[in-house]
Design a protein around this ligand. Structure first.
Ligand SMILES: [Zn+2]
Length: 230
């Protein structure tokens, strides 16, 4: 596990002589936080919370593990990929004619959560779109305490304004969304790290949805590899 003693603030002008450093310690308990170099969220192993760097301050985030199913306990080495999970309410859709609007309302009525990859990934078809698959499958899983959180490089705050596009992308699978407008609210979000088993060179088995993905789609896979000891 790597720990950092400090992180220089991004965006400082070159002529600045003073570099502002944010100490990577937990604001609750003073423990050293863990994470990889490119991460924007660091984990307190004692409080089991995440601290997201937001400008020059830290914001506390709830972080969880999704528990692997019982039959998957045969796998020795697991890694956990982080996703932002946004609880969704009040989906509204504008579309014409009315039957198209009703169609999209029906399709989105089961959408309670939107998932967004918090790691660095290709959004392309064969590698990525994991978040879309979670949205589509609406899987059941048990949330348990996180033990190690690494590889979170995308900020929840920057994702938030784009949530409706994730819903549109989902709806586009059923019917062309040209001219369709959506709006939604999210009152709560948190980080869930989903379990994956390393099942061969470049292959991970998703232990929540039970299918295989390629590690090439995870641009910061080296962080997971290092921290989870693959
Ligand atoms: Zn702490």
């Amino acid at each position: 596990m790597s720990t950092h003693s400090g992180l220089s603030e991004a965006g400082m002008p070159e002529e600045a002589t003073q570099i502002k450093v944010i100490p990577l310690i937990c604001r609750n308990c003073g423990s050293a936080l863990s994470g990889a170099e490119e991460d924007i969220l660091f984990f307190c192993p004692r409080c089991r919370v995440g601290w997201e760097i937001s400008g020059s301050s830290f914001k506390e985030r709830k972080v969880f593990y999704a528990k692997p199913r019982k039959k998957d306990q045969r796998f020795e080495k697991l890694i956990y990929l982080p996703f932002w999970v946004f609880e969704i309410s009040n989906i509204e859709i504008k579309a014409k004619p009315e039957r198209i609007r009703e169609f999209f309302m029906r399709k989105s009525s089961g959408v309670n959560r939107i998932y967004v990859e918090a790691y660095e990934c290709f959004m392309g078809d064969i590698y990525g779109n994991l978040a879309l698959r979670y949205l589509h499958s609406a899987p059941r899983y048990e949330l348990v305490e996180a033990r190690k959180v690494v590889g979170c490089t995308r900020s929840a705050e920057t994702v938030l304004p784009f949530l409706k596009y994730y819903l549109l992308r989902y709806l586009d699978q059923f019917q062309d969304i040209t001219g369709v407008e959506v709006s939604l609210d999210s009152n709560e979000f948190y980080l869930v790290c989903f379990p994956y088993a390393f099942v061969g060179e470049n292959q991970l088995l998703d232990l929540t949805l039970d299918f295989t993905i390629l590690t090439q789609g995870i641009l910061n896979f080296h962080s997971f590899r290092q921290e989870f000891g693959l």
